[in-house]
Design a protein around this ligand. Sequence first.
Ligand code: GLN
Length: 535
Amino acid sequence: MPSLECLPSREAKGYQRKRKMINPLLMQPAHRVLPLLRAGEISSVELVRAALDWIAEADPDLGAFLYVAEARAMARAISIDKARHQGEEVGPLAGLPVALKDNMCQRDTPTTCGSRILEGFRSPYDATVVRKLEEAGAVILGKCNMDEFAMGSSTENSAFQQTRNPWDLERVPGGSSGGSAAAVTAGEVYLSLGSDTGGSIRQPASFCGLPGMKPTYGRVSRYGLVAFASSLDQIGAFARNIPDLALAMQTISGHDSLDSTSLPEAVPDYLGALQREPGALRVGVAKDQLALEGLSPSVRQIFEEAIAKLAGLGFLLEEVTLPHASYGLPTYYLIAPAECSANLARFDGIRYGLREEGRDLFDQYCRTRRQGFGAEVRRRIMVGTYALSAGYREAFYLKAQKVRTLIRQDFTEAFKRVDLIALPTTPTVAFRFGERTEDPLSMYMADLFTIPISLAGLPALSLPIDWIPPEEGEGPPMPVGMQLVGPAMAETRVLQAAYCYEKSSGLHDLIPSFVNDRKGLRFDPQQCSQIWGQI
Ligand code: GLN
């Protein structure tokens, strides 16, 4: 393995512009700057200003943000500093810059879902996750780019801009939450929220070398998340390390009477649990999944090395089978489009955003939707409508529901024997722009290993396990991720195991040279004596 303190990253052609130096504080994990904020060693105004300046500097090359709420963020930072100064309770994330995927509603703020059809729309209310972040004191800097309505695996389906992967600006950051992943990787914010329907947090987390987590279906409220496929959508988070991820997940999780699918269970202390060793957990390795066509040999090799490391850490490896998981992709690509065709019916040119006038009401609907939706969204609406139509519903949609049940049962069976299942997150590392846009099936393949877990509604996170040189062509090493999957509601266990691995790997301290090509940005823990216990 190369020395990884600051890996080279490649600038895309035309993007060799010299950027100003980043404020080193911005590259630290949240759990190292929160104690500094708390102790008054830095103010929220300073930190938010630094983050906004860095966004102004870096984002023209990166394209992570669709909207930056500068004035609002500064006003909030001022009020948090003031409240802290007056001794008020300010919350565990007080003063911390964070970002949202642009499919989450924030009052009086644009929400586009990466689509022209929502251009000009401003949300009249806050999503529950936004309320929770703000109650915890976080400062939301803006909204991040995404594939249109979260349909895609590269963020290339955004109607507005490309987002580049900070490790190699000629490659995609993954998707659909690509903007949220790139923003954390590049030091623009400490934490960001994404949504995951079939892999849209775990896959970009893997492509960007970050930990990213999708919780159990129902663990986080979907109130205020623009729906894509309601039986699969879940909100989760990206962070720079597992303790930060635990903190983010803890902040946004919990029952919400505004979401009827929200689970009533109390949220455990995820962060506190990280201070306990998880014990000798049994980790299932699904050999049948590793044999699937499409898994790159080098990703498979790195994954197998990571599994061996888990064994070295005291985890007990056990072989499991997931015999129906290989039907995950076709199952998902019937269920998700079916649900999307119903959910997206509301964008009719009457109630939200874009309106194209027509001869009559029907003509207006048609013109608005033809004009407002991109090609992938239109394809999904058509596939979904077809799969639900009379005569085909039994053959396609209901059949897919039966296979979904079988996939879920595979996991139930496996979890009778093991505590966790480990899988690669993605079959390959991040690909280059344009490589898969002409062939939807090759794009869908990026979610080969994440989709079955979504269909089963289980908690899973992706964490970086290594950086590897590109298999073909030139370029810097790219990150590879591993998925740890737990039974329903076992987020604590998933996080504990991931933390065990992270502590032994040390990979979470890496930064791409997009951020700074000078060495020495690693934070000196001696300078900050209070890491734990204060968050
Ligand atoms: N890439 C998958 C899709 O296009 C998953 C997207 C997601 O999780 N939102 O549907």
